[in-house]
Write a protein that binds this ligand. Sequence first.
Ligand SMILES: CC(C)(COP(=O)(O)OP(=O)(O)OC[C@H]1O[C@@H](n2cnc3c(N)ncnc32)[C@H](O)[C@@H]1OP(=O)(O)O)[C@@H](O)C(=O)NCCC(=O)NCCS
Length: 228
Amino acid sequence: MVYVTVIILAFVVLFAVKVSLISLFFYADVRAAQKRDPAAKSFLEIILLYQGLHALVYYRIAHIFYSMHMFFAARAISQAARLFTGIEIHPGAKIGRRFFIDHGMGVVIGETAIIGDDVLLYQGVTLGGTGVVKGKRHPTIEDNVVVGAGAKVLGSITIGENSYIGANAVVIKDVPANSTVVGVPGRITKQDGKKIDISLDHAHILDPIKQNMEEIESRIDKLERKTG
Ligand SMILES: CC(C)(COP(=O)(O)OP(=O)(O)OC[C@H]1O[C@@H](n2cnc3c(N)ncnc32)[C@H](O)[C@@H]1OP(=O)(O)O)[C@@H](O)C(=O)NCCC(=O)NCCS
């Protein structure tokens, strides 16, 4: 009976220590989650149950090891985080303040990704590379960007501050600040609060398939005029 009581007490103490440490060192991140998730009911709920926060805690520890060139230990922590949270953040990535991953499952953040302050990612987001090139090969996400569920942002591109990447978009080119991007490949539908009519504004078209289709249509028109 004494043993059981001691074990329960040990768990309670560990639990209290964990909550206190996260509250102390991750206060701003917990507040960010509370602000950005309408479903969040309490500070304690976020600390205990939000996988996005847990992944961030693991990442911050792994990043310290990575900065000290202890790559194996750093990678081991990040793989443990992946096992427990379903979120894979490479310890070499650079992540700013008040970062929040909502839901989280399936998020992958590559080694050379750079993430600014106040960034929000939803589940299934990939900040990945496009090939096997060395050096900077993952995106830079500037401050206050939201990346929707399932979106893929690929290559050494920059997503300008205050931009929105729509759910399931695939973005492979730079995005200017204050833009909304949707679709595959991503195209800008809004910039600085104004809707962009992509049929008129060719400067903002990011969609090579649409451009190819238009080219083919114009060639067919020419051929029809010649033969007709
Ligand atoms: C892109 C987004 C931010 C909306 O931006 P918005 O500027 O308010 O966009 P609108 O609703 O005015 O839509 C603009 C156009 O883009 C289209 N669109 C919007 N979201 C889209 C998406 N994810 N994929 C493809 N097209 C999309 C709309 O149908 C509309 O097309 P139309 O002009 O031909 O009618 C939002 O739709 C989105 O995808 N948010 C991600 C949220 C998320 O992932 N939540 C997960 C919670 S678990």
